[in-house]
Structure formats: structure tokens, C-alpha cells
Design a protein around this ligand. Sequence first.
Ligand SMILES: NC(=O)c1ccc[n+]([C@@H]2O[C@H](COP(=O)([O-])OP(=O)(O)OC[C@H]3O[C@@H](n4cnc5c(N)ncnc54)[C@H](OP(=O)(O)O)[C@@H]3O)[C@@H](O)[C@H]2O)c1
Length: 347
Amino acid sequence: MTNAAQGTTGNRQVRLKSRPTGIPQAEHFEIVTVPRVEPAQDEVEIQNLWLSVDPAMRGWVNAAANYAKPVDVGAVMKSYAVGRIVKSRHRNWEVGALVTGLFGWQEWATVDAKVIERRLTDRMLQGLDPSAGLGILGLNGATAYFGLLDIGKPRPGDTVVVSAAAGSVGSCVGQIAKLAGCRTVGIAGGAVKTRLCLDKFGFDAAVDYKSPSFLADLKAAVPDGVDVYFDNTSGPITDAVIARINPRSRIIICGTVAHESWDPPPPGLRIERPFMVTRSRMEGFVALDYADQWDLAFKRLARWILDGKIVYQEEILAGLEAAPDSIAGMYRGENLGKRLIRLAHAA
Ligand SMILES: NC(=O)c1ccc[n+]([C@@H]2O[C@H](COP(=O)([O-])OP(=O)(O)OC[C@H]3O[C@@H](n4cnc5c(N)ncnc54)[C@H](OP(=O)(O)O)[C@@H]3O)[C@@H](O)[C@H]2O)c1
């Protein structure tokens, strides 16, 4: 291992200082330094290289019921990370292995080896940076792949609409839909992001939901209606898209970034009638349900990247200091692509 791995005794961590009711802001976190912890039997110590920032982290710190227990106040902020094993007391995990899992917002993580979700092999990464294991070859890529193909079931000629289209999941959805022969329409906030959708991610049309002409622009962008809607936002964008759904349309409920809080639940339109009239389907989706098939998706996504059929974009923040404000920044729409934090020892 590196001299740094052997010589450093302190571990800087980002801890939850107080519980937010909506979107966690910088003041809800604090950075502390604690000693590194020697791994016990069946544990490993991991030097984190890349930390992930995900919209779901809002739900991980809110008290309102979610699909996981909220992070305790005073605990290290839960997050996906990519790191390298520097010490191992587990027979299946060797020092030097590049791994990913919920290692938290910290520089060094001593965890039960069961916390490791995957090994990032050269074969899987295909020459891409290990950070891809948190985005296109990680949760975001798997979300786009299985959400669109398994729930959305796109057919050639379908119109596929995607919200948060310039983001990590949305940009991938649009490109997979294009490969499936669909007409793609991205919805994103502001001119920079709609341009990105058109110029980099190849959407056939892009609509700015922040524009006063949003409803008219959306109508013009989907002259034949909407067959598949990949919903990353909920809120007014979704209300507008549902008004344009075709018979037998499929709506994938992937995320709800448009809402600060679900306690109490935000008000919205009644949707039963358009769904009954069009015989449409709306289905909730969680990518982790497909965990046993993720490798298949990563193989195909990596192939498409190498063949130049799809592209991805990362937005890299420098150092642990960037973490406390990074979730709020995503909700302000600051990120252009997959938001990541690069720690000092990342190559
Ligand atoms: N179900 C699952 O298994 C699963 C797994 C991973 C991710 N997700 C969901 O997928 C979605 C995208 O995640 P990501 O990691 O790829 O994030 P992302 O799209 O890269 O970043 C989040 C984006 O959300 C948009 N946004 C923020 N507030 C908004 C608002 N009020 N109305 C509309 N858009 C808003 C912003 O883009 P603009 O500037 O365009 O507004 C922001 O850049 C999220 O909802 C996330 O929770 C679900």
C-alpha cells in the first residue's frame, strides 16, 4: 500500500449534526477527525477514493418513513463510495482490491466485509475510471437500464419523455431509449441543461421546465403524445406529462426530486381518470430489486460506451469539505452530470 495508507492515523468523517425536515443543508453536517480503526475478524479497512452524492440521501436523513432506517444524528453520513482495501481480516478480500458499497462520507471505512457490494474489476471497468462504478456502471446506470427496459418496455417509434434529463440517470435513459429506436424528449431546468440534452445526450427535443412557456413547449415537443414517461421528479412536470399520455402508456416512478418533503405528502392532481381512459400503467421502481442482474447491465453499458453509442458526464467536487453542501446543491440543480466527491488519494 501507499505510504499515506500506512502513515495516516486520523480519519476525517462527515457526520449528521442535526436532523433536517426537508433537504439537508450544509449546516446539518459537521466534519470531525477520529482515529482510524483496526479491522476485527471478518472486517476490512477501506481507503475511500470517490464518494457519491445522490438525491436519495435526502430520504436517508429525514425522519419520515422511507425504505431504509434514517441515519442517526451523530453518525457518519451514509453514502456509496469506491475505495481500495488497505487491511483485511477476511479470507475472501485481499489488500489492494477496488470495491464499492455503502462506506459512508469518510476517508477510511472499517466495515464488516458484508458491507462490500461489488468488486470493481478491470474486466468490468473496461478502462473507465473507477468513479464510473458510482454512476453509469453503478446505481445510476442500473436504474436507467432496468427502469426503462423492464418497466418502460420501449418499442421502436415510441415517444419517451424523461424528467431530470440532463442528470446522471436521465441522460442514460434518453440514450438507451434512442438505441431502442424511440423518439426522445428530455425535460430539464434552464438553457445550459436543455442544450446538453440535445448536443451531448442526443435527445430529439429538450424542454426547459423553468420557462414560462413550459406547457406549450412540452405540447409542441410531443405532437404524437407520450408512450413512456421516465419520472425522476414528480411534481408539476409529471402533472404536465400525464396530460399528454397515449393509450397503453407506461410510467416509471423512479424519483421525486421536485418535493422537499413527504411529511405531509405534497398535494397533486387526481390521475385516475386519464389512467382509466388510456389504460395506462404507472409502476414504482427501485434499482436494488435487480441487484442480481446488475452485472449484465454494466456489461452492456460498458460496451455501448466503448463503441461510442452512449456517453456519460461526471461533475467532480474536490475533497470532503465539499460534502456538506453537495446534496442541497443537487436540489438547486447545480450538478451537470453524476455528482461525485474526489478524495485526495483518488488516482
Ligand atoms: N428508484 C431508484 O432505484 C433510483 C436509483 C437512483 C436514482 N433514483 C432517482 O433518479 C433521479 C435522478 O437521480 P440522479 O442521481 O441521476 O440525479 P441527477 O438527475 O443527476 O441530479 C438531480 C437533478 O434533479 C433536478 N431537480 C432538482 N430539483 C428539482 C425540481 N424541483 N424539479 C425538477 N427537477 C429538479 C436537477 O436538475 P434540473 O437542473 O434539470 O432541475 C438536478 O440536477 C432522482 O429522483 C433519484 O432519486 C432512483
